[in-house]
Design a protein around this ligand. Structure first.
Ligand code: GAP
Length: 515
């Protein structure tokens, strides 16, 4: 655990040191749960966006992208259920005065039971080797059975209490499980209360006539209200999808864990409209497609797992999260929801406008059902950053800090380094930069000894270093050093563009992962 906490601290300080993430308005001591992306962070973020956007709108002929406004007509949020039901159950600790999400306290307790069971299973696996039957062990080992049984019971009871809005029972559960304030150990809790997460704002000049608006808490509604516009102008036929990337705002009360839970963040969402009755088939398909997208980045198969929801949101008939093993454990990275026809129907009712599709094959007008895939861009950023940061011990006994970002996402694709600052090497290196910069983000660096420059680029996440030396002047070849293997090879300068493309191209990374 201590090691994990260290890793998280290292990720946060590395993100700052290398220009990835700064606290917002830091010179005024920052603002809680709001962050700014620095020169490398902005590039990495744009690259993640592009990787998602291209996989959605370029690899699928039936998905198009839009960019809707953050401010929407206030009735949108009444129709979507956010005015009445976008709440978090909160609980305060009377001694420490700290505020927590009651459901998260219970879920964390349940997660510990799962971890205990997994530890037992791992031990047994080691003991029995190839003969080990994990399913049988789970069903027969009394300790593992108890841990998993207790966990299931707790999560089911939590889901039931939340669905029934029985907040007294959520409090009772916290007391029965003897859950203590994670920071102080106190068990002196208040009642559990609901708190609406939407940020309000005003439209208009005078206080009397101003209209109450909200900063959107999700980008999805901008897609739903534009369903017919896109369907008609794009002549889209069911099934089809609309994708969007944009800011969302939530007044998160318990906002810790760096960019995992922010008040201003970005979502990458896609709503896929299907025939009623076919939604669960598409739901399964999208679960697989999205997991494959994650796999393509090579952050480690073991870092992902699905978590099927016990408590379904008011609009869903099936829902699962793709969870990622962040430095603080497995947590939600992306949600995949079968949202039924809830949103379009609700907007029909509140707007009085029909939001239907005439299906020529069925000769029928219907409100389509929707599968949603929704991923937090900032959470994806944190997943990429934390899985990539490595403190490596090298064979010669030294160590290096290296940010093994997937090359397709790396802010700088190659650093061009003259071995020394004289003899015409800087000029040749600069010429290489001037040629490559049209296709790739490359960086010229001449300061410090070559070894230090390699280490600096390793830590910043640059996948390739290109060194120009005295031989380069004679034979027009340069040394290419690969960040991850530290291997070096001699390459003619005419081959550089092809090599960088092969290492960092969207196609190289994604091609084996599409169905
Ligand atoms: N339209 C569905 C929706 O918004 P959600 O589970 O509330 O569903 C989707 O959010 C994704 O947005 C989450 O899986 C997470 O990655 C991201 N997200 C949600 N709240 C966030 C926050 N406060 N900070 C950063 N990312 C957040």
């Amino acid at each position: 655990m201590a090691k994990q906490e260290d890793l998280f601290k290292n990720v946060i300080s590395h993100a700052k040191e290398y220009g990835y993430i700064f606290a917002s308005s830091e010179i005024y001591d920052g603002i809680s749960a709001v962050y700014d992306y620095g020169q490398n962070g902005a590039e990495l973020k744009n690259n993640i966006k592009e990787y998602w956007w291209r996989s959605m709108t370029q690899l699928h002929q039936n998905i198009v992208g839009i960019d809707a406004a953050i401010l929407m007509h206030p009735t949108t949020w009444k129709a979507s259920g956010h005015v009445d039901a976008f709440n978090d159950p909160l609980i305060d600790n009377k001694d420490s005065k700290k505020r927590y999400r009651a459901d998260v306290l219970v879920e964390d307790h349940a997660e510990k039971l799962l971890q205990k069971a997994e530890k037992e299973i791992a031990k047994a696996k080691k003991r029995f080797g190839d003969d080990f039957d994990e399913e049988m062990y789970k069903e027969t080992n009394p300790r593992v059975k108890r841990y998993l049984g207790e966990r299931k019971e707790i999560l089911e009871r939590l889901a039931k209490s939340l669905t029934e809005e029985n907040l007294a029972d959520v409090k009772a559960l916290i007391e029965e499980l003897e859950i203590a304030d994670p920071e102080t150990g106190s068990k002196n809790w208040t009642e559990v209360r609901q708190f609406n997460l939407m940020f309000g704002t005003k439209l208009g000049a005078s206080a009397e006539s101003a209209q109450q608006l909200y900063l959107r808490p999700e980008t999805a509604q901008g897609i739903f209200v534009n369903f017919l516009n896109v369907q008609k102008t794009g002549r889209m036929k069911i099934p089809f999808g609309i994708a969007q990337i944009g800011k969302a705002f939530r007044n998160e009360i318990v906002a810790r864990q760096f960019i995992f839970r922010m008040r201003e963040f970005e979502q990458m969402e896609m709503q896929f409209f299907v025939r009623p009755g076919q939604e669960l088939e598409w739901y399964e398909k999208w679960k697989e497609t999205r997991l494959n997208w994650h796999r393509s980045l090579g952050l480690g198969e073991e870092n992902y797992r699905f978590h099927d929801h016990e408590k379904l949101a008011h609009y869903a008939n099936a829902a699962a999260d793709i969870e990622f093993d962040f430095p603080f454990g497995f947590k939600e990275l992306e949600g995949i929801h079968s949202r039924t026809d809830f949103d379009l129907k609700a907007h029909e009712e509140h707007s009085g406008k029909k939001l239907r599709f005439y299906d020529p094959e069925m000769k029928e007008n219907y409100v389509p059902y929707v599968i949603e895939t929704s991923i937090g861009l900032d959470r994806m950023f944190l997943a990429v950053l934390s899985a990539s940061l490595k403190d490596e011990q090298l064979e010669d006994g030294s160590s290096r800090i290296v940010l093994k970002l997937p090359a397709v996402l790396a802010p700088t694709k190659a650093a061009i380094l003259p071995l020394v600052k004289k003899d015409g090497l800087p000029e040749m290196a600069q010429k290489i930069v001037d040629d490559l910069k049209w296709d790739f983000r490359v960086q010229y660096d001449e300061k410090d000894a070559i070894g230090r420059r390699y280490r600096r680029q390793d830590a910043a996440g640059t996948p390739l270093c290109i060194t120009v030396d005295h031989d380069s002047l004679e034979d027009e070849s340069v040394t290419v050093r690969f960040r991850d293997s530290m291997e070096q090879k001699r390459v003619h300068i005419n081959e550089l563009a092809g090599l960088i493309k092969k290492e960092t191209d969207f196609r190289t990374w994604m091609e084996g992962y599409v169905d």
